[in-house]
Design a protein around this ligand. Structure first.
Ligand SMILES: C[S@@+](CC[C@H](N)C(=O)[O-])C[C@H]1O[C@@H](n2cnc3c(N)ncnc32)[C@H](O)[C@@H]1O
Length: 233
């Protein structure tokens, strides 16, 4: 039996006229269900975990700072774990971008993927808006001659899905003659994704992270612990 994909619940508020929809639930469960490339901005006001029976002075009176169960700290490790879980994807994307701005790393990847040209001729751009959606990383020829060669890179924190390949194909179609290659970068790939990628000409790259996220590494340590390797079919 095929598993049906998990769908977003009906919104608790829906104003079609102004394109406003409100969903209620655990953001860690709901956010991954939003359609790909449908988000322009995340505005977050997460808990500060300060409701542990502290007191403050309000209008000359001693009052409790407790805001509710949701704001109760269960210790610094649990607080870090919560923040890491909702920040994981943007941190990883930034680390990969940072990794590729180091010429030797980009050069190695270009050679592994047999991309023509040299890393020194490419600039590494972060999140770029294309009509098909926002591509996570765009490698772009520094000095265009006629047209600028562009290589879109889609980054997935976990296992890549078939819909991720479709997303990358959309970028390739849109960039048409300017796109000699496109890369889907993820932690893992199923056999099916590998064989579909092979047919579509999309290059697959696996990231390996040698950094213990539970020990709160610095951004520098995450970047240093990162290895990118080509996935062959
Ligand atoms: C600092 S308050 C935000 C207050 C809000 N900005 C306001 O002005 O009323 C944090 C809120 O995040 C909610 N919250 C905590 N964990 C959440 C999660 N995993 N998903 C969605 N909301 C969460 C809490 O219930 C709380 O209402």
């Amino acid at each position: 039996m095929t598993k049906s994909p998990i769908k977003l619940p009906p919104p608790v508020f829906n104003d079609e006229k102004h394109h406003l929809r409100l969903y209620q639930g655990d953001c860690l469960e709901l956010l991954p269900l939003l359609p790909e490339s449908s988000v322009d901005l995340i505005f977050a006001d997460p808990p500060y975990f300060l409701s542990n029976n502290g007191i403050t002075c309000h209008a000359g009176k001693m009052v409790s700072v407790n805001k509710g169960e949701w704001d109760k700290s269960r210790g610094p490790d649990a607080n870090h774990e919560f923040n890491r879980s909702w920040l994981k994807e943007p941190i990883l994307q930034s680390a990969i971008r940072q990794h590729l701005t180091i010429e030797a790393n980009l050069d190695r990847l270009c050679k592994e993927l047999q991309l023509s040209g040299h890393a020194v001729d490419l600039e590494v751009l972060g999140e770029k808006a294309l009509p098909e959606g926002h591509v996570d990383i765009l490698l772009k020829q520094r000095t265009p001659i006629g047209s600028a060669m562009k290589i879109p890179i889609e980054v997935k924190t976990n296992e890549a899905k078939e819909k991720d390949l479709e997303q990358v194909l959309g970028y390739m179609k849109e960039l048409r003659g300017e796109c000699p290659a496109a890369i889907l970068l993820a932690a893992a790939f199923s056999k099916r994704v590998v064989s579909l990628a092979n047919d579509s000409g999309i290059q697959l790259v696996r990231y390996i992270l040698d950094a213990d996220l539970s020990k709160t590494p610095t951004f520098e340590e995450i970047c240093q612990g990162l290895t990118l390797e080509r996935v062959s079919s």
